[in-house]
Write a protein that binds this ligand. Structure first.
Ligand SMILES: Nc1ncnc2c1ncn2[C@@H]1O[C@H](COP(=O)(O)OP(=O)(O)OP(=O)(O)O)[C@@H](O)[C@H]1O
Ligand SMILES: O=P(O)(O)OC[C@H]1O[C@H](OP(=O)(O)OP(=O)(O)O)[C@H](O)[C@@H]1O
Ligand SMILES: [Mg+2]
Length: 282
């Protein structure tokens, strides 16, 4: 039975549970449940703090887990990234009082507050920058400068509104681009059932990322239309009752839907229909 760790709180929790539900797994009804067997799918879920998940996976007490790339790198555990999951996207950035710093080199001799001290020390070490100290805080890191425990912060930034509200400004390149990831141990045999979990999660990712596009096109234009919608492998081309026309079906990236429809219409395609993919195996 594959043992899967799932975040029990924070930004990762709800989308992780939603993704597992879409992948056909049972999910808990009560947020106090810590362990949830799903015998029909031969897996068992453990609800753990997001920061602890890489630690458990690295120790081998659970087989795989969902966590953030930033939390994984900060954990120093033996767990490795197995599959990026496309949600909880953020950047990890340095920030300080607006208008005071422009370059990471200026952190030399300054105090840095963060919830990710390992990540910060690694990045500064790689760039040869020696801070006066790294102060580890649990959260609300944006207050550390105003309250006088640090000169610079390093934190998760999504929209940037928390930083703006605190009168801070990012500087330098991002330390990291993070998102939720499935992690596993790299130095042990692939656990039984991981291939099924991976295919199911990839199915959810594909269903989210792609739509199905159907359209009719004159036979003379099929090749040109297929060049616009090459699909993942090869689009389906079917005959129509009117023998001068064909029907084409192809998968198209969701974020390209309108651009592709415009292009097909200009080319001469008609009856262009877009439908969502409910589930798939590629
Ligand atoms: N605003 C955000 N947007 C996207 N991802 C975020 C955001 N805040 C945190 N994360 C991601 O969530 C993970 C951290 O989860 P964690 O539960 O420790 O913190 P949290 O979501 O800030 O929860 P809390 O602060 O309520 O404990 C990291 O991978 C981080 O990149
Ligand atoms: O760029 P934004 O869209 O503003 O999001 C980034 C903020 O979100 C998270 O904070 P959270 O609300 O989890 O509080 P915390 O600092 O106590 O973790 C993160 O730590 C940042 O502070
Ligand atoms: Mg937080």
């Amino acid at each position: 039975m594959l043992r899967i760790a799932v975040p029990n709180k924070g930004s990762l929790s709800e989308p992780a549970v939603e993704m597992l539900r879409e992948a056909g797994y049972r999910q808990r009804r009560d947020s106090r449940e810590l362990v949830l067997p799903d015998p029909d799918n031969d897996v068992e879920f453990f609800f753990l703090r997001p920061r602890d998940i890489a630690v458990y996976v690295g120790a081998g007490t659970v087989d795989v887990g969902i966590t953030g790339r930033d939390l994984l790198l900060d954990s120093e555990s033996a767990a490795v990234e197995h599959l990026p999951l496309g949600f909880a996207r953020s950047t990890f950035r340095f920030a300080t009082t607006a208008g005071t710093m422009t370059d990471v080199a200026q952190i030399a001799g300054q105090r840095v507050a963060t919830s990710y001290p390992v990540l910060v020390r690694t990045v500064l070490g790689d760039r040869g920058v020696e801070p006066a100290g790294v102060v580890r805080l649990d959260g609300a890191v944006e207050s550390a400068i105003r309250l006088g425990v640090a000169d610079v912060i390093a934190d998760v930034v999504e929209t940037g509104s928390t930083l703006r509200a605190a009168g801070l400004e990012i500087f330098g390149e991002p330390l990291l681009r993070s998102e939720a990831v499935l992690v596993r141990r790299s130095d042990v045999a692939v656990p039984a059932g991981l291939d099924v979990l991976t295919r199911r999660l990839q199915g959810v990712l594909t269903a989210r990322e792609y739509v199905l596009m159907d359209y009719d096109v004159p036979l003379t234009l099929v090749d040109a239309a297929v060049a616009v919608t090459p699909g993942l492998e090869s689009p389906t081309v079917s005959p129509l009752h009117n023998r001068d026309w064909a029907a084409v079906r192809a998968m198209v990236r969701r974020d390209q839907t309108n651009r592709v429809m415009d292009q097909l219409y200009d080319l001469g395609a008609r009856a262009i229909l877009v439908t969502s993919i409910h589930a798939c195996r590629i």
